[in-house]
Design a protein around this ligand. Structure first.
Ligand SMILES: Nc1ncnc2c1ncn2[C@@H]1O[C@H](COP(=O)(O)OP(=O)(O)OP(=O)(O)O)[C@@H](O)[C@H]1O
Ligand SMILES: [Mg+2]
Length: 195
């Protein structure tokens, strides 16, 4: 299977977690995952006052988005990837991020959009799960905006981010700039002009 630019390849033991034996192409897998994500979004839409900044919610959301496709959905990654912290560091780094985020909210350190984008970047940088990190972290950043900040979700650009496209290249490029501490490109790409 060819992965889109900036996607994380799966290890063989992760591929074995596929709940369907008959998926052969990337397009089929994308469709199965997309259907699962729709269900997960329905679940998310029903939540009233969820505790977004908790490990439990972060993992439960991933399970709801990917659990019909992957047995390991909602469980932290056990393998090293070309991106992300060492597997044994995941839980503590997430804890730190959730604490930092709570501090940013309490002290209004950033505007809601910048706060959500910084949260999104730190989350994909940790790379909690074997796969689905980008999609999960975009939906989670939006849940943070809606439920914790009373703000509108980010316009990520819909399908433009899923497949190879100029927009996806710009998104991955902006995350790499953020890896080096420069959040400018990410903010410019997803700036909410109506604010
Ligand atoms: N250099 C980087 N720094 C931070 N995050 C990155 C970097 N490169 C890629 N990413 C993130 O990792 C995601 C890919 O990880 P993964 O394949 O687990 O997510 P996905 O949801 O399956 O993919 P996608 O986001 O393409 O739908 C990218 O979407 C992006 O959010
Ligand atoms: Mg992927």
């Amino acid at each position: 299977m060819t992965e889109p630019y900036g996607a994380t390849p799966l290890d063989p033991d992760e591929t074995r977690g596929l709940r369907f034996g008959h998926i052969e192409t990337r397009a089929e897998l994308d469709r199965m995952e997309q259907a699962n994500i729709q269900d997960g979004m329905v679940w998310l839409g029903r939540q009233r006052g969820p505790e977004v900044l908790s490990e439990g919610f972060v993992r439960e959301l991933h399970r709801r988005l990917f659990g019909r496709v992957w047995t390991w959905a909602g469980t932290f990654r056990l393998n090293e990837k070309n991106i992300g912290v060492a597997p044994e560091q995941i839980a503590v780094r997430l804890r730190n991020l959730l604490d930092d985020c709570r501090f940013w909210i309490d002290h209004e350190t950033w505007t809601p959009t910048e706060l959500a984008l910084r949260f999104h970047h730190r989350l994909v940088w940790i790379h909690l799960f074997p796969n689905g990190n980008g999609r999960h972290a975009r939906i989670l950043a939006d849940a943070l905006l809606v439920h914790e900040l009373g703000a509108r979700p980010i316009s990520w650009g819909g399908n433009g981010l899923l497949a190879d496209s100029e927009h996806r290249d710009a998104y991955i490029g902006a995350l790499r700039a953020a890896d080096a501490g420069d959040y400018g490109p990410l903010l410019r790409l997803f700036r909410d002009d109506s604010r």
